[in-house]
Design a protein. Sequence first.
Length: 231
Amino acid sequence: MQVGDKCVLVPYLKRHVDHYNKWMQSPELLEMTASEPLTLEEEYEMQESWRVDENKCTFIILARESPELEITAENALAQKMVGDVNLFFNDHDDPHSAEIEIMIAEPTYRRKGMGLEAIRMMITYAYESLGTKRITAKISTENEGSIQLFLTQLGFNQIGYSQIFEEVTLERILSSRSASPLPTTLSHDLTDENKGEVFQVDDNDEGFGQPVLTQARFETLELSLGDLDHN
């Protein structure tokens, strides 16, 4: 689990599937994500395949409605689902490269800075915990707002353009000196002994500061959240 000022990232669990499936009946979201509508049963099968796929990493984005509320593994699941963020490790020539995708499915939560914060946290997780050195993003040329966000606020550069798909490819090379500043405070509640652990990161820090979440801790949290997943 990763906690920012505006949102919380948690692993995609079975308890999220019903809500996710309702999202993906929207023609707008289907077009935006180039997806086909699935039945609820197919969505559960898809969630399970994503869970075991080593080339895919999916987090559900939850709204942090009250910044004053300390987020724990228990109450995190009560926060409102607003979208998801994904990493795809499909470049077989470069195992340290990943493509990032994000979807803010709830219209009322768009343009509130959640997407920006979620991407920054995901990039941090990819670099610190997964050893990712390169992040790419493919964005429709019609989505000028997202393109500018990646270019001006997330440090990406354009490296390609597809006239056929009408999309640009953006790239960011990651290093300890090139990362975006993290949200001011990141906290995670993984086990009782870690309860209340908070990392303070200077907004002007050129690096990533402290690791957000090690792979071992992520696995511990996934098991912890799984215990609460009764669907």
